[in-house]
Write a protein that binds this ligand. Sequence first.
Ligand code: IPM
Ligand code: MG
Length: 353
Amino acid sequence: MKALIAVLPGDGIGPEVVAEASRCLEAIAAKFGHAFELRQAAVGAAAMDAHGDPLPPATLALARQSDAVLFGAIGDPRYSDPSLKVRPEQAILSLRRELGLFANLRPAVSHPATFHASPLRPELLAGVDLLVVRELTGGIYFGEKRLEGDRASDLCEYSVAEIERIVRLAAGVARGRRGRLTSVDKANVLETSRLWRRTTTRLLAEEFPDVNLEHAYIDATTMHVLRRPADFDVIVTENMFGDILTDEVAMLPGSLGLCPSASVGEGRRGLYEPIHGSAPDIAGRGIANPYGTILSAALLLRHSLELAAEASALERAVATAIEGGALTADLVRPGQPGVTTREAGDAVLRNLS
Ligand code: IPM
Ligand code: MG
């Protein structure tokens, strides 16, 4: 098949990890006989430096025109002051909103080869395979923001339609997995959460009677995902709770560097990015972990291009590379040397052929 893939490397380690994922996509195209055009554009602090805008119109236009977006990371210490009017992070928020990417899928799967890298005990990690589905274009992130004198407010708003579409997506995914859905809210305190809970209960009864639904509070869930992570299948939650919960859940596979994500909407177009940030402390040294970005490219193949066999081949190649000991610095045991970003990419490519 032919596909146009927008490649937005961004800042810090973004370009290094995206380079490896791009090599993998090219190798998949060659192996399976596809024609992927990978077209790069500037985003984040890199785009602020070059064009004075974290999301230049040409980058947004390319994203809209493409079948899928492969994204690296954004953020730069030079622009880290949260009170700045223009900040690199605005680019990712605008991209999500402009492309209508209301669902963020963040899987967390544990590998025995990296149990030692997780802060959790190995016996808790066996069999961990969960997926957080985070609502991505609503809630407190996008509600009205006010600052008046010494008071500030951020409005958290959800409509029934916004809740239905994200829960429908999550329940559909749960149906194709182990059939369990945990909806996470704070219904003992928040009106938006009460609406979320009512809507979820009704929708599951009407459309997904075969999916096993449980409701849980966000505070208790942050504890349960550490005490019994293997019990969870699909977790669905609103934007802010999902932001917090997914960083916590990323500790299960052992490193943020291993975690991919997919942001999707109504159509097939999606944005795929590792969940880690730009890691300026290690940028430019060639030691960043590219696996989260390569696994994001696999999600791109599966969701946006509907190439399931190619996606699985890439995921298997990553698993084999990790099991074969191609561990970057964030994954090795203390005192051991790690492989470089390029060597990790090479290990995946070797296992592809
Ligand atoms: C994430 C990030 C973003 C978010 C930031 C960079 C705006 O933390 O993708 O989880 O809060 O959504
Ligand atoms: Mg986050």
